[in-house]
Design a protein around this ligand. Structure first.
Ligand code: HEM
Length: 212
C-alpha cells in the first residue's frame, strides 16, 4: 500500500492557496509590503488585529483544556495580542480610543463561537495567523525602512520571532502534523482556515475604507 496521503499542513497550504492570493493582493497588504501605508492606518491595522488575537487566545486556551491535540500545538509563544499591544504603545495609540470595526467584530464573534462550541475549526484560524508570520517578517523590514523604526519598535506583532521565524514555522508544522485528525475533523480545520482568510480580507478592506 502506498502512503501518499497529504498531511494536514500540506492540505492547508494547497487548499488555501487561492485564498492566500486574495489576501496578499489587496490594496492594504500591497501598501504595507511597500511601506507605503500612512502610519496611523498601520496603527489601526494593528489595533484591529489585537482584538482578533485576544479572542483567538481565549478560545484556544479553552479548547486546549478539552483536547490534548490542541494542547500539543497551542503554546503561549504563539499568542500575539501582547505584541500588538506593545506596538500600539510604541505608536502612541491608546486602545481605549479604538473601536473594533464591524468586520473585526464579526471575526471576533466567529472565533468566540468556535471556542464556545469547542470546534476544531479553531486550529484552521490559528494556522492562518501563525502562517502569516512568513510574509509579515518581510513587511516588518519594509516598515523599518519607511517609518525609520529601530529594533523591534512598532513591529513586535509582525515579526514575533525575528531570525527564528523559519524554525518556528517548521516546528509548528511538525507539531500539527504529529496529531491525528479524522477526515471530518480535517474538513473542519480547512473550513476554519478558509473562513479566516475571507474574514481578514473583509477586515483589511474595512481598515482601508475607514482610512478614506
Ligand atoms: C503583503 C502580504 C503578504 C505577503 C507578501 C505574503 C507572503 C507570504 C510568503 C512569502 C509565504 C511563504 C510561502 C512559502 O514558503 O511557501 C506566506 C505564507 C503564508 N501566509 Fe502570507 N503573505 C501576505 C499576506 C498574508 C495574510 C494577510 C495572511 C493571513 C492573515 C497570510 C497567511 C499566510 C499563511 C497561512 C501562510 C502559510 C502557507 C503554508 O501553509 O505554508 N499571508 N506568505
Amino acid at each position: 500500500m502506498s502512503h501518499t496521503q497529504a498531511t494536514i499542513m500540506e492540505r492547508l497550504k494547497e487548499e488555501t492557496k487561492e485564498a492566500h492570493k486574495r489576501a496578499e493582493s489587496q490594496d492594504l497588504e500591497k501598501a504595507l509590503i511597500k511601506g507605503a501605508l500612512p502610519r496611523e492606518v498601520y496603527a489601526n491595522y494593528i489595533a484591529q488585529r489585537y482584538f482578533i488575537h485576544l479572542s483567538l487566545e481565549k478560545a484556544l486556551l479553552s479548547l486546549r483544556q478539552k483536547d490534548a491535540r490542541v494542547a500539543g500545538v497551542v503554546e503561549e509563544i504563539r499568542f500575539h495580542s501582547s505584541r500588538a499591544a506593545q506596538d500600539l504603545k510604541d505608536l502612541g495609540l491608546d486602545l481605549a480610543t479604538v473601536k473594533p470595526l464591524d468586520a473585526t467584530s464579526k471575526t471576533v464573534d466567529y472565533i468566540t463561537d468556535l471556542g464556545n462550541k469547542g470546534s476544531l475549526a479553531l486550529l484552521g484560524v490559528f494556522y492562518v495567523f501563525e502562517g502569516s508570520t512568513n510574509g509579515a517578517r518581510y513587511i516588518s523590514m519594509a516598515l523599518r525602512r519607511s517609518y525609520g523604526f529601530e529594533g523591534n519598535f512598532g513591529t513586535h506583532y509582525l515579526d514575533p520571532y525575528g531570525e527564528d521565524q523559519p524554525a518556528q514555522w517548521q516546528k509548528f508544522k511538525t507539531e500539527v502534523n504529529s496529531q491525528t485528525f479524522s477526515p471530518e475533523e480535517q474538513e473542519l480545520i480547512l473550513a476554519g482556515a478558509t473562513e479566516t482568510f475571507d474574514s481578514i480580507v473583509a477586515v483589511d478592506t474595512a481598515i482601508n475604507e475607514a482610512a478614506g
